[in-house]
Design a protein around this ligand. Structure first.
Ligand SMILES: NC(=O)c1ccc[n+]([C@@H]2O[C@H](COP(=O)([O-])OP(=O)(O)OC[C@H]3O[C@@H](n4cnc5c(N)ncnc54)[C@H](O)[C@@H]3O)[C@@H](O)[C@H]2O)c1
Ligand SMILES: O=P(O)(O)OC[C@@H](O)[C@@H](O)[C@H](O)[C@H](O)CO
Length: 384
């Protein structure tokens, strides 16, 4: 059995690659980072160090590595004959992988079972985004594509920080993990991946993950950055920051319980567990990594505006989420292109226009006014 995994970074090596390996797949990592691919190709195994409660070390071997830029044809050939394709490259990168996957599906033998495609990105229905991109470049008949590939949405959860220089291919991760996969597209032939959970309705799980883990995490990062703190665990050790993060998660909890019918006590336990994960002092996670790409994080369907908009539509004023968004607007990190792009929008657009550009909210939306108010404060040159 063979799986091709695009993106041999933190979550690729530390989670998806590990679980596929443990499920018995030979994993072919495909990435554009030359040094990483060279190192993987020349190293027979790497270790995943699980830190926190009940630490453990897992070894991943039986893999190969290809450069998806310079060895694109080889990657197409591998995908054409694989059982599974997974990605962990970032939601905005999926469009660049799509042509390769489309060509591989077009080349796939009809003798083979449909290729099982799962995008493991932090975004609502990332696999649907990838499927639409693949459909756009696929040159076979539409029917052909549907019979040759199965696209399943997933929600992946494991905190994998940026790795310390000098650590080689080894990855330090938290002990916790969750991989929830939509069972329905597989029509009874879902792959057996120990540790993965299959569900018939993914939406509640993916929203619960994104609007709790990632909303809380990003809030800790932006409030931590504002307080001059470097590590997420240190930010959470600050009582004032922890209280603000908790207030944010109270708001998303309210939405998740009312929208998806999660039991309030169960959701409270979920929140508590996630807050504990953020305090893991063994995990060298930083506000810079977790706060990365603020424009993506402030976009319409994402971890702040997504839940805040839905709350506002029901008449709730999401004050804590707005405070976190305000902190996000002030976030800075060297070498993050989205920090520069956000600053450019704030400097060049009047607050109303910037509100729509950044959050996708139109003037009629009940959240538009409150967001515009915080944007005004970040554009002092503009009048309210
Ligand atoms: N790190 C985590 O804690 C975590 C947890 C859950 C989900 N995720 C999600 O997983 C995805 C990856 O995150 P990460 O933390 O592993 O990032 P990362 O930067 O460590 O890894 C991304 C990898 O993708 C590679 N890449 C970029 N463009 C590519 C392309 N065109 N083709 C092939 N490879 C390409 C990069 O070289 C890099 O190695 C994101 O969507 C993230 O939200 C991350
Ligand atoms: O990957 P991002 O940029 O969407 O979000 C940063 C972190 O919140 C994220 O990577 C978490 O560590 C992860 O989602 C935990 O499952």
């Amino acid at each position: 059995m063979k799986a091709v995994h695009f993106g041999a970074g933190n979550i690729g090596r530390g989670f998806v690659g590990l679980l596929l390996h443990e499920a018995g797949y030979e994993v072919v990592f495909a990435d554009v980072a030359d040094a990483l691919i060279d190192q993987l190709a020349s190293t027979p195994s790497y270790d995943v160090h699980e830190v926190g409660e009940e630490p453990a070390v897992k070894t991943v071997d039986n893999y190969r590595a290809l450069n998806s830029r310079s060895q694109e044809e080889d990657v197409v050939a591998e995908v054409a004959t694989a059982e599974i394709v997974t990605t962990a490259v970032g939601p905005n990168v999926l469009k660049f992988l799509a042509p390769v996957i489309a060509r591989a599906i077009a080349r796939r033998s009809d003798e083979l079972a449909p290729l099982q495609v799962m995008a493991c990105e932090n975004a609502i229905n990332a696999t649907d985004i990838l499927r639409r991109e693949v459909e756009q470049t696929y040159d076979g008949a539409a029917l052909d594509l549907a019979s040759r590939a199965v696209f399943a949405n997933t929600a992946v959860d494991r905190i994998v920080p940026n790795q310390a220089p000098g650590q080689g291919l080894d990855v330090t991760v938290e002990t916790f993990f969750e991989w929830v996969i939509d069972r329905t597209p597989f029509k009874g032939n879902a792959p057996e991946i120990p540790g993965a959970t299959y569900v018939d309705d993914l939406e509640p799980y993916i929203e619960r993950k994104l609007f709790t883990v990632n909303t809380g995490h990003a809030s800790a990062a932006y409030f931590g950055y504002a307080a001059g703190v470097e590590k997420i665990a240190d930010a959470m050790a600050d009582e004032a920051i922890a209280a603000k993060v908790r207030a944010v998660l109270d708001e998303t909890k309210q939405l998740l319980v009312s929208k998806h019918g999660f039991d309030a006590a169960e959701q409270e336990a979920y929140v508590q567990k996630i807050l504990r994960r953020f305090t893991n002092q063994h995990l060298p996670d930083t506000v810079v990594r977790v706060g990365r790409a603020p424009l993506r994080k402030l976009s319409r369907k994402e971890r702040f505006v997504g839940p805040a908009a839905e709350l506002a539509e029901t008449g709730v004023h999401p004050a804590a989420l707005l405070e976190a968004m305000q902190a996000a607007l002030a976030f800075s990190a060297a070498d993050d292109p989205e920090v520069a792009a956000l600053a450019e929008i704030l400097a060049s657009q009047e607050p109303g226009e910037a509100t729509t550009t950044i959050t996708g909210l139109e003037a009629e939306h009940p959240l538009y006014g409150p967001v515009r108010e915080i944007i005004v404060q970040h554009a002092p040159g503009h009048s309210a």
